[in-house]
Design a protein around this ligand. Structure first.
Ligand SMILES: Cc1cc2nc3c(=O)[nH]c(=O)nc-3n(C[C@H](O)[C@H](O)[C@H](O)COP(=O)(O)OP(=O)(O)OC[C@H]3O[C@@H](n4cnc5c(N)ncnc54)[C@H](O)[C@@H]3O)c2cc1C
Length: 429
């Protein structure tokens, strides 16, 4: 089936071997297309983003990962719970109230170094070639069409790779949207995150052991509490930079400790444990690429859009976009047409999902919003909220949004995500 013949010529070259790149590669390689992943790091490598949501199930099943995850030591996750700053907890939103308990409704809290390694190895098993410690430097262009990439390996050798299609799966680096001027900020979602890992902090029991807890911070922020295997817990705080650094506090550890002191539930949970002593900080602005594709190029995962992580949607969107990209490219190769127009449905499906999740994120950050009040007025809204939190985002939520709009305003859809039919005006170097 493969049409690419020369050693440096592939059907698809993929920038980045995270969940988006590995998922797309597994599908393309399984179909028999010559597929190459170029990954800057040596795996296993550290990555934040450890809580999966139920609708990772379908792409993980598609690429044969479910049996491997069932054999893994990752903690099983069945629910999400919200906690007020004074310690009052919502009932857990159990995913099995809406989805099959044996499949979709049970997901995992993973360690990304291990999870991403499993995904990359899976792509290799399906036939993808992977070159680690290889950095993509620029895109190759012929008459405005992307025809591959130029990459540098760890010995410093720089060489071209030709491909019918290039997938940008570069994550937060957003390789092509940064270089093309396609990167659009999300004006109200400008947050920073500070996090660490605790050993032996308190956690729930039975099916509640692996539940994620989102604990509100007074000023438009929240803690995550993610129980992992090996008695470890990932715990972090996300809020506006100006709030977290108030009074000139800049040290990640000081920021973290001060917020813990103010959150009764988190303070109690951490009271029996101890931090590993390593603290991380990132300013993660939600952002969107204006376009999803241009001639010879397709954007996938965080490289397409990154949404505030409050509802743990990132890996789901990365895997889902990887799956959709793999299938769309396969069909395009078979039908001899990889023009940008082929990816219009791809872009529209992902934008619909992102916009639905984004509305719930905006509601969450509005000080006037409370899940409890919405559900008190509309008890059946709990089901739809659970669906969105599960990642079942490609459905009609218009009733839920009009109900929530009775409490708080919600944003309009952003006009992004179509393919760019013509070659990019700005050369990508
Ligand atoms: C604070 C925080 C908390 C989060 N929590 C969650 C969570 O609980 N659950 C969740 O699902 N998501 C979470 N996320 C989001 C999640 O981390 C991402 O959405 C997810 O990793 C996206 O996958 P990806 O494959 O698109 O990109 P990545 O996983 O980032 O992979 C991109 C890969 O590309 C490689 N690369 C980049 N540039 C180049 C280059 N030039 N050449 C070669 N290789 C390159 C990188 O080395 C990397 O391995 C969180 C994010 C943040 C910031």
């Amino acid at each position: 089936m493969s049409h690419a013949q020369s050693p440096d010529s592939y059907d698809a070259v993929i920038i980045g071997g995270g969940p988006a790149g590995s998922c797309a590669a597994a599908i393309l390689a399984e179909y028999g297309h010559r597929t190459l992943i170029l990954e800057r790091e040596k795996f296993p490598r550290y990555h934040i983003g450890e809580s999966l949501i139920p609708f990772t199930f379908q792409p993980l099943e598609r690429i044969g990962m479910i049996p491997k995850l069932r054999r893994s030591h990752f903690v099983k996750k069945y629910s999400v719970t919200f906690v007020q700053p004074d310690g009052r907890r919502s009932q857990p939103f159990y995913f099995f109230n809406r989805y099959d308990r044996e499949t979709v409704a049970q997901t995992w809290q993973v360690l990304r170094s291990e999870f991403d390694q499993m995904l990359l190895d899976n792509a290799r098993e399906k036939g993808a070639e992977v070159r680690e410690e290889t950095t993509v430097q620029r895109l190759l262009l012929t008459d405005g069409r992307v025809t591959g990439v130029e990459a540098t390996d760890k010995s410093g050798r720089t060489y071209p790779v030709q491909a019918r299609i290039t997938l940008d799966c570069s994550g937060k680096e957003a390789f092509t949207s940064n270089r093309n001027g396609w990167r659009m900020r999300d004006p109200y979602l400008n947050k920073i995150a500070v996090w660490t890992y605790y050993q032996d902090s308190k956690r729930g029991e039975g099916i509640d052991e692996g539940g994620i807890t989102v604990a509100y911070v007074a000023e438009k922020g929240w803690f995550w509490h993610i129980p992992q295997h090996n008695r470890m817990t990932s715990v972090g705080v996300v809020a506006e930079a100006k709030y977290l650094t108030r009074g000139g506090v800049k040290e990640p550890r000081q920021i973290f400790d001060r917020e813990v002191e103010q959150n009764l539930w988190i303070k109690d949970r951490l009271s029996t444990g101890r931090s590993t002593g390593e603290y991380f900080i990132t300013s993660e602005y939600s952002r969107h690429s204006r376009y999803c594709a241009s001639p010879g190029l397709l954007l996938v995962g965080d490289a397409l859009a990154f949404l505030d992580p409050v509802f743990s949607s990132g890996v789901m969107l990365a895997l889902k976009s990887g799956q959709l990209a793999g299938e769309a490219i396969h069909t395009g190769i078979i039908e001899g047409d990889l023009s940008p127009a082929r990816f219009a449905a791809y872009g529209a499906t992902l934008r619909q999902g992102i916009e639905n999740m984004r509305k719930l994120v905006y509601a969450f950050y509005d000080p006037q919003f409370s899940f409890r009040e919405v559900i008190a007025r509309y008890p059946d809204a709990a089901g739809e909220i659970t669906d969105c939190l599960s990642g079942d985002v490609n459905k009609d939520f218009s009733q839920l949004w009009s109900r929530i709009r009775e409490f708080v305003p919600l944003p309009d859809d952003l006009p992004y995500g179509d393919p760019l039919e013509q070659a990019a005006n700005v050369p990508v170097t």
